[in-house]
Design a protein around this ligand. Structure first.
Ligand code: NAD
Length: 266
């Protein structure tokens, strides 16, 4: 049985009710985990208020700011976890960012600043959070991050985010190799395209979704809940033999070599 009772889970990346991290938080909570939730602080406190209201029914015992580009915030976050929980069992890394200009047009136009920013926020942050969590994992642990097919194949407009996801997927393997002796597992979920704040910055996201609906074996894309269910599985003892993997939750799209001919039935 999928049982996360007694587990302390830190969930990053909730911006609103479309966020994949929101789907994950709900499923972890349903399985019995105690949640800590972070939000991206901004000058006007918009995210804080919105996220606080959204997650209230899940009764998180920690609710803290976390901009992964701010080392002091990360230090404060993990100090609070140590003080309140004394340990961590589950770390959900569900965040990414690239400037809108970098997510359309020719990849070769990527700016140095845009490249470094995308890699810093979307990839390095996993290494940084894992390093902070490492001493707090006690008997076992699970780290789950979110990636996309654009990290292994060329997807129009995904551009520098594809490079960031490629690096993120290697982070998963290196971290899995390092943390395995502590019985901490590290895995990625490669989700099919879902309309969210982050994905709406990618040029042609609706075309990407339509392409999946026409091509994927299940003839649809996936939901936040489906990704959340897989994250809960990867966070639980049911997946105790799985680490260093990227699991596709994409309605099967990844296996297809070409779209079904127009008018054909699945
Ligand atoms: P989202 O916009 O809901 O979530 C992105 C999150 O990143 C937001 O909560 C935002 O606050 C956070 N973030 C951005 N910059 C940050 C920073 N400097 N510090 C801390 N947090 C920061 O969008 P989403 O689609 O749910 O994205 C979540 C993850 O899922 C991302 O890694 C994304 O690449 C991945 N993903 C999304 C899709 C999709 O189609 N939506 C598909 C595959 C993978």
């Amino acid at each position: 049985m999928l049982d996360l009772n007694g587990k302390k889970a830190l969930v990053t990346g909730i911006a609103n009710n479309r966020s994949i991290a929101w789907g994950i938080a709900q499923q972890l909570h349903a399985a019995g985990a105690e949640l800590g939730v972070t939000y991206l602080p901004d000058d006007r406190g918009r995210y804080k208020d919105k996220v606080e209201k959204l997650v209230a029914p899940l009764e998180p015992s920690l609710f803290l700011p976390c901009n992964v580009q701010d080392d002091e915030q990360i230090d404060a976050l993990f100090a609070a976890i140590e003080e309140k929980w004394g340990k961590i069992d589950i770390l959900i890394h569900c965040l990414a960012f690239a400037g809108k200009d970098e997510l359309t047009g020719d990849f070769s136009n990527t700016s140095r600043q845009g490249y470094l920013q995308a890699l810093d926020i979307s990839s390095y942050s996993l290494v940084q959070l894992a390093a902070k969590a490492k001493p707090l994992f006690k008997d076992s642990g699970s780290i789950v991050t979110l990636t996309y097919l654009g990290g292994v194949r060329v997807i129009p407009n995904y551009n520098v985010m594809g490079i960031a996801k490629s690096a993120l997927e290697m982070n998963v393997r290196y971290l899995a190799a390092e943390l395995g002796e502590q019985n901490v597992r590290v895995n990625g979920i490669s989700a099919g395209p879902i309309r969210t704040l982050a994905s709406s910055a990618v040029g042609g996201i609706l075309d990407m979704i339509h392409n999946v609906e026409n091509t994927a074996p299940l003839r649809r894309t996936v939901t936040q809940t489906e990704v959340g269910n897989t994250a809960a599985f990867l966070s639980s003892d049911l997946s105790s033999g799985i680490t260093g993997q990227v699991i596709y939750v994409d309605a099967g799209y990844e296996v297809m070599g070409m779209s079904a001919p127009a008018g054909s039935e699945a």
